[in-house]
Design a protein around this ligand. Structure first.
Ligand code: IMP
Length: 193
């Protein structure tokens, strides 16, 4: 079976992709290949960061691999926090602090539209392929719900009335930005494999 490295240490992401590629591709995480350092995310776009991470693994381990990067793009903030979503309120900021900052910045804004966007960079036999998934929605004024993570309590996807944090996790995982990008990536790989 062909082996691919996913440039992540997030066990949930690994498990999800492993299940989707079961029997066709073997997916290893960074720990599995002995990579313990943090890959620097120095890009200014999601595409750049996904690409930086996949190329880092390629250069250091010479193996087919993929990496993802996700951000929340808020229209009234000119697309911020975007690539800086994880560190919006500062390096190492908690989800709690990031959401508080977002709500504060949007306090007097009537345009609340936003989207989550995920980019996956795949390097296969030396070629790079990119896949993207988005989910449109809006940011509400106060947190609602307790499942999920990150900005989920303040994001309502278009066509729904619940926030991602109120929604059944299975539903979120079917309609999310990450699910859409991952599905495109998996379809591509399965068409090759
Ligand atoms: P990552 O690139 O997957 O690590 O995501 C970067 C940041 O985007 C996370 O730290 C979260 O703040 C936010 N984020 C990513 N995916 C989601 C999601 O599904 N719901 C809410 N926030 C998310």
């Amino acid at each position: 079976m062909e082996k691919l490295v996913f440039a992540t240490n997030n066990p949930h992401k690994l498990q999800e992709v492993r299940a989707m590629l079961a029997g066709k591709f073997e997916v290893a995480g960074l720990k599995d290949i002995g990579c313990t350092e943090d890959i620097p995310e120095t890009g200014v776009t999601l595409d750049e960061n996904a690409s930086i991470k996949s190329h880092y693994v390629l250069h250091n381990y010479q193996i087919d691999c993929f990496a993802d990067d996700t951000g929340l793009e808020v229209d009234a903030l000119g697309g911020r926090p975007g690539v800086y979503s994880a560190r919006y309120a500062g390096e190492g900021a908690s989800y709690e602090k990031n959401v508080t900052k977002l709500l504060k910045e949007l306090a007097d804004k009537t345009d609340r539209t936003a989207r989550f966007r995920t980019v996956i960079s795949l390097i296969l036999n030396g070629n790079e392929y990119r896949f993207e998934g988005t989910v449109e929605g809006r940011i509400i004024k106060e947190r609602r719900g307790s499942s999920g993570f990150g900005y989920d309590p303040v994001f309502i996807p278009e066509g729904y009335s619940q926030t991602f944090a109120e929604m059944d996790p299975d539903l979120k995982n079917r309609i999310s930005h990450r699910a859409r990008a991952t599905q495109k990536f998996v379809d591509f790989l399965l068409s090759k494999g």
